[in-house]
Design a protein around this ligand. Structure first.
Ligand code: AVJ
Length: 333
């Protein structure tokens, strides 16, 4: 008897489900138990934080998402042409994949079929975006990988051999300091073959006012996004933070090339965190550093690429030149 079932167009690979990074509890105990205090930014993105981030992306002050979308809307066909006869599109941190659609459509216009390989920590985001993409594009196949970028990348090497384009959009590179950005890009480079291309969205250095407003908007959404980290400690670890006792702060450090986000204590205070059996003391004006958002000059982009063994093939900007999409290839290819 022969099977007539059509092969599924969606597969999900769980990349190392047991490999766990430091838990929220460990990270909080560590980050608030030292001086200066800090919390890792990846914990900003719980369900509520992710919703607030989506809201940030729609703010008038937060130009990044719109600028990147503008480039993709105008240039998707050109980008697809530069990537050559690509049959596989890999995306790091795909989220809802709404901007990715523009490229998927461009590739489907140029070729017959396309394999989309989204890598994301959120299984629910993968499942949701896959459902809507598969419904819209009958010639699309999706091989989702749930896990952290670096783990997901390991699964690429063994994979098929048609040329690929790997995308890393949204200036997510901004959360890495320069050295970690180069290290991470080196990992990506190691997973690339000669004809593969890497498309990276990178926010550019610009005037202080635009940058500080993008990270401290008039309607206070970014402040709520940042303060949600303390609310999350209250929810998950029995913390007693009073959110009004903190102020959201975004400062552009031009020399370092980053916007620093912090929560500043409005008074001397002691906060108990039950699950950690910890009392955190803060002085008036003391900061808890929560996130960095690095910005690049064109020279800095070329440098980080070179350090990672990559080179810039082409790049595109939005009309106001606030944001860049960079197409990279292996420098030795
Ligand atoms: C998700 C890292 C690209 O740095 O612009 C936005 C995060 N934080 N507003 C950024 C963020 C506050 C965002 N990235």
């Amino acid at each position: 008897m022969t099977s007539t079932a059509t092969p599924s167009r969606y597969t999900l690979l769980e990349s190392d489900p047991h490999a766990q990074r430091a838990s929220f509890a460990e990270a909080v105990a560590q980050g608030l138990g030292t001086d200066p205090k800090s919390l890792p930014c990846r914990f900003l993105y719980d369900a509520q934080g992710s919703d607030l981030f989506e809201e940030i992306c729609r703010l008038p002050e937060y130009y990044l998402t719109r600028a990147e979308r503008e480039i993709l809307e105008r240039r998707a066909d050109e980008i697809a042409a530069c990537a050559g006869p690509c049959e596989e599109l890999v995306e790091l941190g795909s989220g809802s994949a709404s901007k990715t659609r523009l490229l998927i459509e461009a590739f489907l216009r140029g070729g017959r079929r396309l394999r989309y390989v989204p890598i994301d920590i959120s299984r629910s985001a993968l499942a949701e975006s896959a459902k809507s993409l598969l419904g819209d594009y009958p010639r699309l196949e999706i091989h989702a990988i749930a896990g952290e970028y670096e783990r997901g990348l390991r699964h690429l090497r063994a994979d098929a051999d048609a040329p690929r384009m790997i995308m890393w959009l949204g200036s997510n590179i901004g959360n890495f300091d320069r050295a970690d950005a180069a290290r991470f890009l080196t990992h990506v480079r190691d997973a690339m073959r000669e004809g593969d291309r890497l498309l990276v969205g990178i926010d550019l250095r610009k005037d202080r006012r635009s940058l500080e407003r993008a990270y401290d908007d008039a309607s206070g959404v970014t402040a709520r996004f940042n303060l949600n980290l303390l609310a999350r400690i209250n929810r998950e670890l029995g913390g007693r933070f009073e959110l009004d006792a903190f102020r959201h702060e975004a400062i552009w450090r031009a020399r370092e090339g980053r916007v620093e986000l912090s929560l500043v204590s409005r008074r001397d205070q002691e906060i108990a965190i039950r699950a950690l059996d910890l009392v955190v003391k803060l002085r008036k004006g003391e900061r808890i550093h929560t996130e960095d958002s690095f910005k690049y000059s064109l020279k800095e982009i070329a440098e980080v690429a070179r350090e990672a063994g990559l080179c810039v093939v082409t790049r595109w900007f939005d009309a106001a030149e606030r944001f860049s999409l960079n197409l990279l290839a292996r420098a030795d290819a």
